[in-house]
Design a protein around this ligand. Structure first.
Ligand code: COA
Length: 415
């Protein structure tokens, strides 16, 4: 038995944000019925194609554990099928451009009328306000949600991060909204509408930067490198390079081999509680008693000196040797792991976080499995569906159409 067994998801999602959400619901055991336009499907099927004729990795890696139903929801018969699906499903998830579902003839009021227990969950770029009608992709959300203005180095332009916090991050937010609404429905008997705007999701993940914005009004941000460098602060939270976002100063430092390996670096945190161990390890025992370095407060204006000394030491070791030396001393360090290293990491394979999947068109490929581990709801990663692979199965099993009816719908271009 899986956590969401018996829950039917009417999955109208496409690209990344919505599919991230419904993939999680599938991993938790829900029956995810992905509705796609006949002959076209999710646009990502044919984006960044690496194996001619096969669904792209962009699509396959975001659509595991789903069934694909092709349905033209602008066709009269297609609309009838959709209405019947709304009646029998528990959750409708969508991330169309604003207004697309209304134009299709299925606004929230209509959905609620058809099925009062329905939970209708949407990702949009922006919530109500001046930009609510805009189409939005990942990097737009990173820029509009405060991530870009606070990422990068002070003297460089704003940067977007590699982590897809706008798309996948918002998909996660939406998923949490859905399972919470399912829980509430147990008691209320009613469905509800859920909106997860990408701007809001990114801002939620940039919470500490809004914290710093308010602290800035009361004085300089002493843990930012620019404080020690004597560079005045402006009006808004600045880009802080690799300075730690928390109360413990940290930096990315070179390790042995950095000259030729772009990932021979480690993150090093000078946590106050282990300062004496740090002084011993890096060969600066005198700093333990030196009033310029002995306390966190004294070190703040001298962080460049501190990290330059630590880097002199880290440059003599590999990032893995540094892990081995520092962790037993409770000194937190983070090796900069490349995607190649992560793909090959045996422990991630053992826990099912990195999984090899077999696909009829592309053969074996690697993917990220479910990152949430539940002791009573195990996850089996099932390959993504081919376009329309389960159309007949769903129309017959879920809605009770017979073969002849399905053939008629196909001829009419409804499925
Ligand atoms: N049958 C018939 N028509 C269908 C259909 C189906 N099964 N599935 C989709 N369509 C139609 C929609 O009704 C819409 O038609 P309309 O414009 O006439 O109303 C059309 O296909 C295109 O949908 P849209 O969502 O506008 O796609 P797009 O490619 O133009 O825009 C996004 C893509 C991602 C920019 C946009 O969907 C969006 O902003 N989504 C919300 C934010 C979001 O999730 N962004 C991140 C994506 S990772």
């Amino acid at each position: 038995m899986k956590a969401l067994e018996g829950i039917k998801i009417l999955d109208f999602t496409h690209v990344q944000s919505g599919p991230t959400c419904t993939q999680l619901l599938g991993w938790f055991g829900a029956d995810v019925i992905k509705v796609e336009r006949p002959g076209v499907g999710d646009a990502t099927r044919k984006q960044l194609v690496d194996v001619e004729g096969a669904d792209s990795l962009y699509f396959t890696m975001l659509n595991h554990n789903k069934r694909s139903l092709t349905l033209n929801t602008k066709h009269e018969t297609g609309k009838e099928v959709l209405e019947r699906l709304i009646k029998v499903c528990d959750v409708l998830v969508e991330n169309f451009a604003p207004g697309a579902l209304d134009r299709m003839g299925f606004p929230w009021e209509r959905v609620q009328e058809i099925n009062p227990r329905m939970i209708m969950a949407s990702v949009k770029g922006f919530g109500p306000g001046p930009y609510e009608d805009c189409k939005v992709y990942e990097n737009v959300a990173q820029c509009a949600g405060g991530a870009a203005s606070t990422t990068g180095f002070r003297d460089g332009p704003p940067l977007v991060t590699g982590a897809q916090i706008g798309d996948s991050g918002t998909g996660l937010h939406l998923c949490l909204g859905i399972v919470t609404a399912l829980f509430q429905r147990e008691r209320s008997g009613r469905g509800q509408r859920i909106l997860a705007p990408m701007q809001d999701g990114v801002l939620n993940l940039c919470r500490v930067k809004l914290r710093d914005q308010q602290r800035l009004e009361r004085g300089p941000l002493t843990e930012y490198s620019q404080y020690g460098e004597g560079v005045p602060f402006g009006e808004a939270t600045p880009r802080a390079g690799n300075d730690s976002g928390g109360g413990q100063p940290g930096r990315i430092l070179k390790c042995r081999g950095w000259e030729s390996d772009p990932n021979a670096y480690t993150y090093f945190i000078t946590q106050a509680a282990v300062w004496t161990q740090i002084c011993e390890v890096i060969g600066k025992p005198e700093w333990k008693e030196d009033s310029d370095f002995a306390t966190p407060q004294a070190r703040l204006p001298r962080l460049n000196t501190v990290f330059e000394a630590i880097e002199q030491w880290t440059m003599t070791k590999t990032k893995f040797e540094i892990m081995d030396i520092c962790n037993p001393l409770n000194i937190p360090v983070g090796p900069i792991l490349s995607m190649k290293e992560l793909a090959e990491e045996p422990s991630l394979r053992e826990t099912g976080t990195v999984v090899e999947v077999d696909h009829p068109e592309r053969g074996q490929y690697l993917t990220v499995g479910c990152p949430i581990k539940m002791s009573d709801s195990p996850v089996d990663v099932v390959r993504s569906p081919l376009l329309g692979e389960h159309t007949d199965e769903i129309l017959c099993e879920v809605l009770g159409y017979d073969e002849q009816q399905i053939a008629g719908m196909r001829e009419a271009g409804a499925v």
